[in-house]
Design a protein. Structure first.
Lengths: 287, 286, 361
């Protein structure tokens, strides 16, 4: 059972994280490959707090979310000055810079060694130890995130964001605060990513820079796109499917010497196929 | 002298990086597509040359054949994949993801066929040293500078003096108008990507000649080169090349004052600051 | 969702059918990605041992099988694979490598009473990570100390350090500094390189500029490239390293002339090397040997557990290894704790051969 629980827990963490990318890329139209970096910051903050007994789990999580809100606003600030493809590269650059910090700032993040032995989370003193309890935590977290996402989409704010993506100039001309809306979207996305990171750290009980690198950001983007952008269903389907894929592919009989690269290859082919034949993903709207 | 040697090494690396930048820039300025799979073409051309040399083909022949194969591959990716996506009116994001998928396919085909081990070119002359004053260079480094500067000059000449080059610039600046005047953008795109791919095969062979072949190491030079392209000004061949050399020199020289692990971080940090204050680049495009 | 359910069903049925005769173990190794070169060697080592023992009739008549999982040296993939192997396949023992993933899985191994055998990673934290994690090779702390003491005694008083920015590399660097300074030497410079990168020139230049007597190296990949670039520098100081210098490509390269390194004692009988080459078309390199040895240790333990009539669980296998203590094989391995002690040599690369300089007991 633990295998299922860990699969579900991990998928739900990525659902929560994916909401941040979906919000930025899908809804607000701010392309980003740096959400994994923000995810990492959230993870390291909670890890640090728990390992050094600074606070309990829930306060640490709130702290991580708050810091990531600020961080994400700063990180998406360049997008407000440059548009489109320029920001793609800036976003790559931010992600790579963050990875450099994670790997080299040994005092804060443990550097390439990472931080092993992170204590289990607790709910104001009530420990969350077994796999079932962890899944309850991740389910609660991702459900809360999804609810927030859904509410935002139905609120005027959500409509404003969609309008901005369609035609920014028109919205600005109509006197609506485009800058404020984008910044708010970035802030919210930061909260999603940061809290996902905090839960991830306690679930794995070990964090190191390799979970927050460029590959992770790209995986995240792929989850959103394959699952389907801009919809809640897409945000949920994407992570579950993409995390299941390597497991499913491992059932196909491939000669062991090339098995691993063959799986990655099939993965890449699937990406191409999706983009060619179903770019709206499984349950989303066309990007 | 340490500083001088670091500077020279930076200039050599910069020339190779510069060619990656202008080849990517050529493609991007014309097609407006973020052809991440370019990193795969870069990597594959190195491996192809290695196979050819291993089978006894003389080095020059191997290089030319690899360049031709790269052109073919690049042209195919544009002509088959990207063109099809464009027909389906895919957004840039969709193309980017398809390109990422293509890159993953290429890297893993290489890893499956050649194993993930680091491979060396069996060319002993490549490591022989030459001393020029206070500086030591390998023949590979000298060859890199010569060929890459040559490629740079070649692309500049091509872009400004040949009819095809001018057609490409026309399509780049106004595809709609180009369509009307029967310049056939799609055909131009294929040509451009083919040329860009052939050109990137050059550093794709020269850099691994010095450092060894690895399947997954194409993306970092590509991203650095992209930074050079943007900071230099999209459409400015000279600008991209110069900034690329500048970045490589900066990364090498920064070792004089700071520990090596931060040099890449600093590069990207400076770039981000750049984006905040001068997003259009140092040089205006043409 | 239906597909997933079907897949799980298939796995469960499959594992039930296998249960009777074959004894299955697991291995979570990086088979792709930057760690892929080492991971594939390790896999070959396990496969070779497995093929040989099965050809000899298995252990107590049971055939041995190993399920390999690719973790790309990533901790979260490792956790998923670990849970999959333990929950779905009910495996009592898993081979692991690389410090990061091993450390990540260690708490799980403790919780689930699954034996983990590491025959490749050397970060110091591995010694205490879990009572269920057995390391068949000493951590870097021990190995580095042997090297630095030898260097200090040979009169090399100033050292520069080239280290990889990874768990293993940093562990090596820290140990070099600690033991070398204790032996009376001074560290005059240190430079990092990234795992998987092959351009060492800037770092080497900077280290050379500090005029050391010796450069101590703590990297796990691209050693040949490093040697070539070092030779291109034209520098004259000594280069020293650990077991990672035992790389056929490096030894054969004239650029490595004069390199000194510690080496876990490991002799390969020529017939074995030939047999390996015939079956797998490759040399029996360091990591192949390490995991071949580790597999044989496991089989000896398994034999004991079955002889004693006990069930094949992680706990029993671990206890068997710790009670047998001494294992003879390519490498004589002694478990006085869960990290083995192995005798070392100091070797020098000379004339394209790895020659013995001194044996350390």
């Amino acid at each position: 059972m633990d295998f299922f629980y860990s699969y579900i827990a991990l998928a739900e963490i990525y659902v929560l994280l994916g909401l941040s990318t979906n919000l930025l890329v899908g809804i607000a139209g701010i392309f980003t490959v740096s959400q994994a970096a923000v995810f990492g910051v959230g993870a390291y903050i909670v890890a640090y707090c728990l390992m050094h007994d600074v606070t309990g789990f829930v306060p640490a999580l709130l702290l991580a979310a708050a810091v990531c809100v600020v961080l994400n606003v700063l990180v998406t600030l360049p997008s407000l000055r440059v548009s489109g493809d320029y920001f793609v590269v800036t976003s790559f650059g931010i992600q790579l810079l963050a990875t450099a910090v994670f790997v080299n700032w040994t005092a804060g993040t443990g550097g390439a060694n990472g931080l092993p032995g992170i204590p289990s989370p607790d709910l104001f003193g009530l420990p969350i130890e077994s796999s079932q309890q962890l899944v309850l935590l991740t389910t609660a977290g991702s459900a809360l995130g999804c609810l927030a996402f859904w509410l935002i989409m139905r609120a005027p704010f959500g409509r404003l964001l969609r309008a901005i993506r369609e035609d920014e100039l028109a919205v600005a001309a109509a006197g609506k605060g485009v800058l404020r809306a984008k910044v708010s979207a970035a802030a919210l996305a930061g909260a999603f990513a940061g809290s996902a990171g905090g839960i991830y750290a306690t679930f794995l009980s070990f964090v190191d820079p390799s979970s927050f690198d460029l590959d992770a950001s790209i995986l995240l983007l792929t989850m959103v796109v394959v699952g389907g952008a801009r919809t809640l269903a897409g945000s949920v389907i994407g992570p579950f499917l993409l995390l299941a894929l390597p497991q499913l592919l491992s059932l196909i009989d491939i000669p062991t010497s090339i098995a691993a690269s063959a799986r990655q290859l099939i993965y890449g082919v699937l990406l191409i196929a999706f983009m060619l034949f179903r770019p709206q993903g499984l349950a989303g709207e066309k990007l | 002298m340490l500083a001088l040697q670091l500077l020279v090494n930076g200039l050599v690396t910069g020339c190779a990086l510069g060619v990656v930048a202008i080849s990517f820039g050529l493609i991007y300025a014309t097609t407006k597509l973020f052809h991440v799979a370019h990193a795969g073409v870069y990597t594959l051309s190195g491996y192809l040359a290695w196979s050819l040399v291993g089978h006894g083909v003389p080095a020059i022949g191997a290089m030319l054949i690899a360049m031709a194969a790269a052109a073919l591959l690049g042209g195919l990716i544009q002509g088959v994949l990207y063109a099809e996506l464009e027909r389906r009116r895919a957004t840039h994001l969709v193309v980017l993801i398809a390109s990422l998928g293509t890159l993953a396919v290429m890297q893993n085909v290489i890893a499956a066929v050649y194993t993930p081990n680091i491979l060396q070119f069996p060319l002993p002359w490549s490591a022989r040293m030459v001393t020029l004053g206070a500086v030591r260079l390998t023949w590979t480094q000298i060859l890199t500078v010569v060929l890459c500067l040559g490629a740079f000059a070649g692309i500049m000449w091509f872009s400004h003096r040949t009819i095809l080059g001018k057609q490409i610039r026309a399509v780049a600046s106004n595809p709609f108008l180009a369509e009307i005047t029967r310049l056939r953008p799609q055909r131009v795109y294929v040509t451009v990507v083919a040329i860009g791919s052939a050109v990137v095969a050059l550093p794709g062979i020269l850099v691994p000649l010095a450092l060894g072949l690895q399947p997954y190491s194409g993306i970092t030079p590509l991203l650095t080169a992209t930074i050079a392209m943007i900071a230099g000004g999209i459409g400015s061949i000279g600008g991209s090349f110069l900034v690329a050399v500048g970045i490589a020199v900066l990364q090498n020289m920064s070792l004089l004052i700071m520990p090596g692990e931060w040099s890449i971080g600093v590069t990207f940090g400076i770039f981000i600051i750049f984006m905040l204050f001068r997003p259009t680049g140092l040089f205006k495009g043409r | 969702m239906i597909r997933i359910a079907l897949a799980i069903l298939a796995l469960c049925l499959g594992s039930a059918a296998q249960a009777d005769d074959t004894i299955t173990f697991g291995a979570i190794l990086p088979l792709t990605g930057p760690g892929g070169l080492i991971g594939t060697q390790q896999k070959l080592g396990i496969q070779f041992a497995m093929d040989r023992i099965n050809a000899a009739g298995g252990v107590h008549g049971h055939k041995i099988a190993v399920i390999f999982e690719d973790n790309q040296a990533k901790p979260d993939q490792s956790i998923l694979s670990f849970n999959k192997l333990v929950d779905l396949q009910h495996l009592p023992m898993i081979f692991t490598s690389f410090s990061g993933p091993s450390l990540a899985m260690a708490p799980l191994a403790t919780r689930k009473h699954v034996l983990m055998i590491n025959a490749g990673a050397q970060a110091d934290a591995l010694a205490k990570a879990s009572p269920y994690l057995l390391n068949t090779l000493p951590t870097l702390g021990d190995e580095a100390g042997i090297l630095t003491n030898w260097l200090a005694k040979s009169g090399k008083k100033k050292a520069a350090i080239l280290f990889e920015n990874s768990a293993a590399g940093i562990s090596g660097r820290d140990n070099y500094i600690a033991t070398y300074t204790a032996a009376g030497g001074t560290v005059v410079a240190q430079e990092p390189s990234q795992f998987g990168q092959t351009d060492f020139r800037p770092a080497l230049l900077k280290l050379a500029d500090s005029h050391p007597d010796v450069m101590m190296v703590s990297i796990t990949a691209a050693v040949q490239q490093m040697a070539q670039q070092f030779a291109q520098l034209g520098a004259k100081f000594q280069v020293a390293g650990t077991t990672f210098f035992q790389d056929p490509a490096l030894i054969n390269d004239p650029a490595a002339e004069g390199f000194v390194h510690t080496q876990l004692q490991s002799k390969v009988p020529p017939e074995l090397a030939t047999e390996f080459k015939a079956n797998y078309h490759a040399e029996m390199e360091f990591f192949v040997r390490q995991y071949y040895t580790a597999s044989n240790i496991l089989f000896v333990a398994l034999d004991k557990v079955l002889t004693d009539g006990k069930p094949v669980t992680g706990e029993n296998l671990r206890d068997a290894i710790l009670s047998i203590k001494k294992f003879d094989g390519l490498v004589p391995v002694v478990f006085n704790s869960n990290t083995a002690t192995v005798p070392f040599d100091i070797r020098i690369i000379h004339d394209k051969q790895d020659q013995l300089l001194e044996e350390i007991k």
